[in-house]
Design a protein around this ligand. Structure first.
Ligand SMILES: [Zn+2]
Length: 293
């Protein structure tokens, strides 16, 4: 069996808990394709991509959400950005090539992860996840335990080709008001989910998985939503970024290199601006400045 590229929500009919499963296969390979990542980085970035899509499904927002990890370990930056359209892109920078079997703590020692929610309208929100637990999934689970958000547990797996994530989240009291019973139900479901192996996460479809884990429970499984890789860069956005660069600096580059080349670090697309393009850009910046003042 192989997993697909989807996010799928489910709900326990008789317990105040919801869940989400994310499967990444060809979308992850497309995101990795422009880069020669070492295998240990492919696995970790795969887990982070699955986590980003999982978290994005728990939040109601119109815009983008990113996870950015920085550390003193062999990986300096890992970043995944996803949109509420279930598209994502990712990037990794490393100082030294990690061993194939490098674990989470070696890769991101002393690290921290910043969750940023950037809505199209309204204020940007940030949360900080310390990376002190043995796995990325544990770091998120601890983060949710310590923050005042809904109790949430996350499971992640990646082999560098595919990645998968599984999430359980306690809902506000609706079916059961007794706190002790609510806690018992939560512990029961999370204990059952702990029996799931990484191999199962990476190979088994959601319907089969839910039956294996919770066959005694009534579960409503919603339609799977497609997840895809997409870079949000464009020539227009690159031009806007260029307008913030000192014109003298742009002229120096033109004299030296004949054109100003900007490469997107996510997808490696090169945007090339000739001397005429740069002159037109600078003229439009000046016109804009005039109308502002
Ligand atoms: Zn791009």
């Amino acid at each position: 069996m192989t997993i697909s590229d989807t996010a799928q929500r489910f709900l326990f009919e008789n317990i105040d808990v919801r869940g989400e499963r994310v499967e990444l296969n060809s979308s992850l390979q497309s995101a990795f394709e422009p880069h020669a990542y070492p295998i240990a980085i492919r696995r970790l970035l795969g887990e982070m991509a699955a986590a980003a899509v999982l978290l994005s499904t728990t939040l109601k927002f119109d815009g983008s959400m990113s996870l950015q990890a920085r550390s003193n370990g062999s990986v300096s930056v890992l970043m995944v950005e996803c949109t509420n359209q279930r598209t994502f892109r990712s990037i990794a920078h490393w100082k030294e090539e990690p061993a194939d079997n490098a674990d989470f703590q070696m890769l991101l020692s002393d690290g921290q992860l910043v969750i940023t929610i950037d809505p199209v309208q309204g204020k940007r929100h940030q949360g900080i996840v310390p990376l002190k637990s043995p796995t990325l999934a544990n770091c998120f689970t601890n983060y949710f335990q310590q923050s005042e958000q809904l109790l949430t547990n996350i499971w992640l797996a990646s082999d560098g080709q595919c990645a998968s994530g599984f999430l359980l989240q306690a809902l506000p009291a609706n079916i059961e008001n007794d706190e002790t019973l609510r806690e018992e139900h939560w512990n029961y479901l999370t204990t059952l989910t702990q029996t799931m192996t990484d191999e199962e996460l990476l190979t088994i479809d959601t319907k089969t998985m839910l039956y294996r884990l919770f066959h005694e429970e009534d579960i409503r499984l919603f339609d799977a939503e497609p997840v895809s890789y997409r870079c949000t860069c464009s020539r227009e956005r690159t031009a806007i970024a260029l307008q913030t660069v000192d014109p003298q600096e742009l002229n120096d580059i033109l004299v030296e290199q004949g054109a100003v080349n900007m490469d997107c670090q996510f997808c490696n697309t090169r945007y090339s601006f000739s001397a005429e393009d740069v002159a037109a850009l600078l003229a439009s910046t000046q016109n804009h400045a005039k109308t502002l003042h």
